[in-house]
Write a protein that binds this ligand. Structure first.
Ligand code: NAD
Length: 487
């Protein structure tokens, strides 16, 4: 059975999901399919009143269901049922997602959605395992640090991996006993609605998950500034993260987790397994056409092996199989929008004008949709726009080094510190560089996340504050209280 489908036959849940009910709404923002550029739907925009309605529903649901106070194992059990349903309905979810997004349907079923179900189970398991602490005091006292849910968490997600990003927010917030109001990206909103419908079907009490559609300026702002939202969890660009911080500062004070942009370096040393390194780097920059926060976008390679590594990467880049996201055979994604494709191209052209040389690609691909050719740019210095800017496309730059000091200096980015890759067989060097590179994640002799969800992800510098995944994400959804009892 093939997963391929006709994009004109998919019915979309165009509306919001509030208080356990799907509420239809008029699509206000024009939406185009990245794979062929055709208009296919409109994204509704929830105003302050609708966001407020969702927040009030969430508050009421927390009270009536006592979600944060029931036996924690019960939260685990219900959430696991939700994960089972996500797996059972993977095809439907994948088709809704593939239609709007850049994710090929085949990758969704085997990858994003399978992992999402696993991550929901992973977070569900924390509910009855992470507890409070008894702390040492003098023997006339009894001291405890207890943790409690925040209440209503507000979440905002980007378009690049919509289902996964929603699960990274919903999973820990719910397992930790909170309700949530989530706004997906206006470019890929419908899969989050369907996820919430599955949650309701699984028995997650109505009103605990509310999905409001809309843009950042109206809906996003209403969420981050809402007085009854106790905590904000955001994934997106550094610019939007900064605007959110400032809105929160203006409207009150609340904790926030910000997962932001990146410009991750890949250091390849001459002693590395070059074939494996090249494959890992190419896979990362080609996966989702480089539209990943941790995309391996800066190759920094020891001069003596640069030609060999580049040849291997070019071979991988030549072999991509581009195709619409609804074709199960497609391996290479389109860019999310025409605007984003033009932005990628303008940075590439600026880099070329500054002396860069495109060894492959360097422009949009022919044919329908917003595909951009895999691109490798050599002859770039640290100030080239292709090296400084988060391009968020299939564009890899190449720089060379001769000493460890040079490699480390090139790896350092003034703004971003999300992830880095190291390819070397020298254990001491791997440990030294893992320590010295300023990034929230270091991968050695591999590039990209595994299915070890216990490893948190998050940025240094302006790549973010706080972590998603891991125990950290669960704990970030609970606040702590110190209790001291005089005996
Ligand atoms: P974006 O910042 O444009 O939008 C992300 C979300 O924020 C959308 O839902 C948008 O509507 C909303 N938004 C925008 N401005 C807002 C505002 N002022 N107030 C409230 N909400 C606002 O990002 P994008 O283009 O959707 O996604 C790409 C970016 O996301 C890249 O920079 C990428 O690196 C980053 N990202 C980071 C991670 C991570 O884990 N660090 C993961 C995925 C994506």
């Amino acid at each position: 059975m093939t997963l391929s489908f006709d994009p004109n036959t998919i019915s979309l849940p165009i509306g919001h999901f509030i208080g356990g009910q799907f509420v239809t709404a008029t699509g206000a923002i024009d939406m185009r399919r990245p794979s062929d550029g055709n208009a296919y739907a409109g994204c509704p925009v929830a105003n302050e009143a609708i966001v407020d309605q969702a927040v009030q529903m969430a508050k009421t649901a927390l009270k009536t269901s006592n979600w944060g106070g029931i036996r924690p194992r019960e939260r685990t059990r219900i959430m696991q049922r939700w994960a089972d349903l996500i797996e059972a309905k993977a095809e439907t979810l994948a088709k809704i997602e593939a239609l709007s997004s850049t994710r090929p349907v085949g990758h969704l079923v085997a990858g994003d959605i399978a992992v999402t179900a696993e991550q929901i189970r992973f977070f569900a398991e924390f509910a009855d395992k992470e507890g409070s602490d008894l702390v040492p005091t003098d023997d006339a006292s009894f001291g405890m640090i207890v943790t409690e849910p925040y209440g209503v968490v507000g979440a905002i997600t980007p378009w690049n991996f919509p289902v996964s990003m929603a699960a990274w927010k919903l999973g820990p917030a719910l397992a930790a006993g909170n309700a949530i109001v989530l706004k997906p990206s206006e470019m890929t909103p419908f899969s989050s609605i369907y996820l919430a419908q599955l949650a309701a079907e699984a028995g997650i009490p109505a009103g605990l998950i509310n999905i409001v559609l809309g843009d950042g300026q109206i809906t996003g702002k209403a969420i981050t500034g809402h007085p009854d939202i106790a905590k904000v969890s955001f994934t997106g660009s550094t610019a939007a993260g900064s605007a959110i911080m400032s809105n929160i500062a203006r409207t009150g004070v609340k904790p926030m987790t910000l997962e932001l942009g990146g410009k991750s370096p890949q250091l390849v040393f001459a002693d590395a397994d070059l074939q494996k390194s090249a494959k890992a780097i190419a896979r990362s920059i080609l996966s989702n056409a480089g539209q990943a926060c941790v995309a391996a976008s800066r190759l920094i390679v020891e001069a003596s092996v640069a030609d060999e590594v580049v040849t291997l990467i070019l071979n991988e880049m030549r072999s991509v199989r581009a195709g619409p996201t609804w074709d199960a055979a497609s391996q290479y994604s389109p860019i999310i929008s025409e605007r984003q494709r033009d932005r990628i191209d303008s940075i590439v052209q600026a880099a070329v004008a500054a002396g860069g040389e495109c060894l492959i690609g360097g422009g949009p691909m022919d044919g329908a949709g917003y595909f951009y050719a895999p691109t490798l740019i050599a002859n770039v210095g640290q100030t080239s726009p292709a090296v400084t800017e988060e391009i968020f496309g299939p564009v890899l730059t190449m720089q060379t080094f001769s000493t460890d000091e040079e490699a480390l200096a090139l790896a350092d980015h003034p703004i971003y510190g999300l992830a880095a890759g190291l390819f070397t067989r020298d254990l001491s060097r791997a440990i030294r560089f893992s320590r010295d590179i300023q990034a929230g994640t270091i991968w050695v002799n591999r590039y990209g996340r595994s299915r070890d969800h216990i490893l948190p992800t998050g940025g240094y510098k302006r790549s973010g504050i706080g972590k998603d995944l891991g125990r950290d994400a669960y704990l970030a959804n609970r606040k702590s209280k110190s209790v001291l009892i005089s005996l």
